[in-house]
Design a binder for this molecule. Structure first.
Ligand code: ADP
Length: 609
């Protein structure tokens, strides 16, 4: 008992965030519950009418035909109303559960989008998908059928028992002997069923994930001739899925026959004992039949009692998992000071007259959460508006980390990173990110048209601008030559682009954005040197008066920069123009030599600048 009261509160507390949907849908809910109660009431009337009909048959000897027509017509009417109100409650109550589902899904999705990158790095996509699908489903079931079973189980159950007691209390007591067994049995089976069901779900999602992985990695599989190996893995996954499904089917297959056995055992006792009471005249034949009808009616509420506990427990567990996400606070918090916004809007309008695109790093040191090593160490760096700078350094020297701190994809401490003279931590995220275009190494193309992939949610972009951007990115002709031109679908539902095409399309997206700062983090690694040179020349020509920050391994690209910053193991080691750094003969000069050698090897040893 103690356990029950202890777990009751948290079970319901988990549902707290859903309260608003219940308040919002209160009229529909009230009307739904009322219809449900009317159906219950009408169902409870049927045995009474049967009772009267039987009594008429037994007592009356003449004129029974006409009387029975009346009883029959009444039952017909009741059935009609039951059908009508059942439709109404299903529509309203199950409709309510769908609205809860929709509200919760939108809230979860909206919230997940605000979370910081680190959240996504630490959470598996599959896990998020499972929450968005299975957990929300379980919550919907609890809010819909759970509610129905609770009301029905309670009202129909107590009323039916009440009517049975009014006929004969001893008979009622005896007939209720199997009821606790049914409740416990339902509870046990549904409990087991949900555990089994979860295992079926899990094995199915494993199977899907495996299929997805093997298709997206098909090139590697073919190249290494691992087709048979993959096939065997898939086969084993399929067998696991069938095995789990069979387990579930066996549990279900056992449940219904067992139920029939238990409830019919009760019926047998009632017929034996009730029959005797009828013969002895303790109850009328009508009472006897009505009693059996109530007993039949009771089967569902008794099962519902067992079911409702599982539905609500499962829904509550799912709600707890969803709440875990909803309660996750984005690590990167938006600034919300009023003064900040006031000065911000002036600044945005350019009242201060300052050219945009200045970047300052003041003694920036940074390490990733849970890591010992600092990946950026006391970085001091100043970029003037309209400058094009290159950042150079070996893999792992901290270039990406530095650049990701600018649009606050990573969060750095206060007073260390400034954009246009403002601490980025004090700028509204939306303003900051509107200023900065970021093209990283891993490009992403959405399953949408070429046009939408470039315009990417920007309303005020014209067709001309999209085409111009495609031209700058050196991909306009290729895209226009597609079957539906810029309206061609890309991605999963459309055509597949090569890595280089994807990168060029992403560059076009960044060009359309017309940002005051553009960051290209190794953004053209998959196109050849000559093409990269052409694209960068066009991008930089177009953005002559804007700030451009470029990370590249290609000598020709780096040379175009006004200034070059050289990083080594998290420290800014050198900075200057290409010529001055070569003269210095330090890290840059060594890197430059290496790159030159590599490029000339890639070009067959004939291309030396
Ligand atoms: P670069 O862009 O110069 O190759 P990065 O900034 O990507 O360098 O990486 C710098 C260092 O930070 C590397 O040692 C890398 O392993 C580490 N690092 C990068 N991202 C993370 C992360 N999300 N969590 C922990 N360490 C990271």
């Amino acid at each position: 008992m103690k356990n029950l009261t202890v777990s009751f509160k948290p079970t319901f507390n988990n549902f707290q965030p859903l309260w608003i949907y219940f308040v919002k849908n209160r009229w529909a809910l009230a009307a739904g519950v009322l219809s449900l109660l009317i159906v219950d009431f009408l169902q409870l009337m049927i045995p009474l009418i049967i009772k009267e009909a039987i009594n008429i048959l037994v007592v009356q000897t003449s004129g029974t035909g006409a009387l029975l027509v009346k009883q029959g017509a009444t039952i017909g009417m009741i059935a009609l109303f039951i059908a009508l109100f059942r439709y109404v409650w299903r529509h309203l109550l199950l409709g309510h559960s769908r609205k809860v589902e929709q509200g919760l899904r939108n809230r979860l999705y909206g919230h997940i989008q605000t979370l910081s990158l680190s959240f996504f790095q630490n959470t598996k996509t599959g896990d998020l998908m499972a929450r968005a699908v299975n957990d929300i489903n379980a919550v919907r079931m609890a809010c819909g059928m759970g509610l129905v079973a609770l009301v029905d189980g309670f009202v129909l159950g107590t009323a039916a028992i009440g009517f049975m007691i009014s006929i004969d209390w001893r008979l009622t007591l005896i007939s209720l002997i199997p009821a606790p067994i049914v409740v416990v049995l339902t509870r046990m089976v549904t409990h087991q069923m949900s555990a089994r069901f979860e295992r079926v779900q899990k094995s199915f999602s494993d199977l899907t994930e495996q299929a997805r992985e093997s298709f997206s990695g098909i090139r590697v599989i073919k190249a290494h001739q691992r087709e048979v190996w993959e096939y065997d893995k898939m086969k084993a996954g399929g067998e696991r899925y069938v095995g789990e499904s069979m387990h579930l089917a066996r549990t279900l297959a056992l449940f219904f026959p067992l139920m029939t056995l238990v409830t019919n055992a009760g019926l047998a006792v009632v017929i034996l004992l009730g029959g005797r009471y009828t013969i002895s005249g303790t109850i009328t034949p009508g009472d006897f039949v009505a009693f059996i009808s109530y007993l039949n009616l009771l089967t569902w509420p008794v099962m519902a009692m067992g079911w409702v506990v599982s539905l609500i427990q499962r829904g509550s567990a799912s709600m707890r998992r969803i709440n875990d996400i909803l309660e996750t606070v984005p690590e990167i918090q938006d600034s919300s000071g009023k003064n900040e916004r006031d000065t911000q809007s002036k600044w945005e309008k350019g009242v201060s007259g300052k050219a945009e695109g200045a970047i300052d790093f003041f003694g920036l040191s940074f390490r990733y959460p849970d890591q010992k090593e600092y990946v950026l160490k006391d970085v001091n760096l100043k970029i003037r508006p309209g400058e094009t700078i290159a950042i150079v350094g070996r893999v792992g020297s901290g270039k990406t980390t530095l650049l990701q701190s600018l649009p606050r994809l990573l969060d750095v401490p206060e007073n260390m990173v400034f954009v246009d003279g403002r601490d980025i931590r004090n700028l509204p995220l939306i303003t900051l990110r509107k200023k900065i275009g970021f093209v990283s190494q891993d490009v992403f193309i959405f399953s949408d048209t070429v046009y939408n992939n470039v315009a990417f949610g920007t309303d005020d972009v014209t067709d001309e601008e999209v085409k111009q951007a495609l031209g700058v990115a050196g991909i306009r002709e290729e895209m226009e030559a597609l079957q539906n031109g810029l309206g061609t679908l890309l991605g999963e539902r459309g055509i597949t682009l090569s890595g280089g095409q994807r990168q060029r399309l992403t560059i076009a997206r960044a060009v359309v954005g017309d940002f005051s700062i553009l960051i290209l983090d190794d953004a053209l690694s998959m196109v050849d040197t000559r093409t990269e040179e052409g694209i960068l020349n066009r991008v930089l020509d177009l953005r002559r008066d804007r700030t451009n920050v470029i990370v590249s391994h290609r000598v020709s690209t780096i040379r175009r920069a006004d200034r070059i910053f050289v990083f080594d193991r998290g420290r800014l080691k050198e900075d200057g123009t290409h010529e001055s750094l070569i003269l210095l003969g330090g890290v840059y000069a060594a890197l430059y030599e290496e790159q030159l050698l590599r490029e000339s090897l890639e070009n067959g040893g004939v291309n030396s600048p």
